[in-house]
Write a new protein. Structure first.
Length: 247
């Protein structure tokens, strides 16, 4: 059992926040001591995690109460929903970073951007469409770690990382005639997996999900189609072979 002070420290919030959640009926303590102290057990900790995850997604206290107060509220289903929503945020932030980098190159005269491209990440309809098909294999810790890692890179680092990634995809296209299981294609997958470490380190299942997203998500696929119309599907096949051999 945790006291208010202990739980507040564990969760990174203030004791006053826990008092407030109790007052509004959002999170009641597991039990009250004879001295009036609040004590929280494991179920309360999981409930608090849900509240904080919903707050990360900018839901109001009233909205969270309605969601968590439903008779059919399922904590596992909620966690899947959090994972999906946070994954969508990752994808959107990656698009914003890519747009900033593209704009820098545009201003330096190294490339050109249309007016539509300048504002593409801010188009709400496009964001909604993109978010619906976002990857499912992330969690809150991955979100925080990935964004922190990316922010730590210099502009030169980001350019180099982008160039390395593009080189992997170009070499993958060159390997396509030899098949997804060919040594050349598998070497590209190994390089691609290594390249992911610039952002985060996915496990084997997440590698499959990531590659699947390349052709399942129309916006990812559109980017790959610019390199080669069959690249996204071929990546999925090659990664599936790689993971099957690794298991």
């Amino acid at each position: 059992m945790f006291t208010v002070k202990q739980l507040a420290k564990l969760a990174g919030i203030t004791p006053r926040t826990l008092h407030y959640y109790d007052e509004v009926g959002l999170l009641k303590p597991t039990q009250l001591g004879g001295n009036g102290y609040r004590y929280y057990g494991e179920a309360a900790l999981l409930q608090l995690q849900q509240i904080l995850l919903y707050r990360e997604l900018d839901l109001s206290i009233d909205e969270i109460k309605k969601i968590m107060g439903r008779p059919d509220f399922d904590i596992l289903a909620a966690l899947e929903g959090h994972k999906s929503a946070l994954s969508q945020r990752i994808v959107h932030m990656q698009r914003l970073v890519a747009t900033v980098e593209h704009t820098i190159l545009h201003l330096k005269g190294h490339t050109t951007m249309s007016n539509q491209q300048l504002f593409e990440p801010f188009n709400e309809a496009q964001q909604a469409e993109y978010e619906q098909a976002a990857l499912r294999e992330y969690d809150p810790e991955i979100v925080k770690a990935s964004m922190k890692k990316w922010k730590g890179y210099t502009a030169a680092d980001k350019q180099r990382i982008g160039d390395e990634g593009n080189a992997v995809y170009r070499d993958m296209v060159a390997a396509m005639p030899k098949g997804a299981a060919s040594p050349e294609a598998q070497a590209c997958v190994a390089r691609w997996r290594q390249h992911m470490n610039y952002f985060w380190t996915p496990n084997l299942d997440q590698l499959v999900a990531l590659a699947k997203g390349y052709y399942d998500d129309p916006r990812f696929k559109a980017n790959f189609d610019k390199i080669h119309p069959d690249l996204a599907a071929f990546m999925g096949e090659a990664v599936a072979v790689y993971v099957a051999r690794a298991n």
